[in-house]
Design a protein around this ligand. Sequence first.
Ligand code: SF4
Ligand code: SF4
Length: 186
Amino acid sequence: MQVWFRNVRLAISTISAGMYVTLMTMVHTFRRGAFAAHFAYPELPVPIKPRYRGFHRFDLTTCIGCDKCAKACPVDCIYIEKEKNTQGKGFLVKGFKIDYTKCMFCSLCVDPCPVDCIFMGSTHDLSCFTRDGCVVDYAKLPLEVSWGQATLNPTSVYESKKIALPVWVKPPDPPKAAAPAPAPAA
Ligand code: SF4
Ligand code: SF4
């Protein structure tokens, strides 16, 4: 009988504790007002925490193409295209793609970078209609976008994927006709 009463008392106290948390959350939510009343997204963006891990920030001008970030990535979603620098030491980075269909925002690519040119950024809204739109080439974006001073938005990603072809290319001149051989002397 004693055990039965103890169990009833325990059940009542745990349910009361749970209901207290629910009630306090309800009161706070009521006092604060609706979420949408504060953050009219996207006009008023939702504030994020300082250590939020969003889409990356990358500085092409500092990157030395050492591949350390790509090797540290557990899902192999960083693709670096580079070529040997013929004017000096190191590599020239021609492409720095991150496939966001695979990236899990773990931030493991940030720490190994010896020159601090890759960080987790604060952008969280990069919606796209195709899988191709999820592969962002940071080397082709304007620097202020890739370095996080302007928003990384679907339009800038789309613009970076446009292939600019020359309007007209001068065709090579046709080969000149060989000069006639001089007539033999009589
Ligand atoms: S955040 Fe993680 S998964 Fe994404 S690119 Fe960096 S290491 Fe790879
Ligand atoms: S670790 Fe840093 S310097 Fe090396 S390739 Fe990655 S971003 Fe560039």
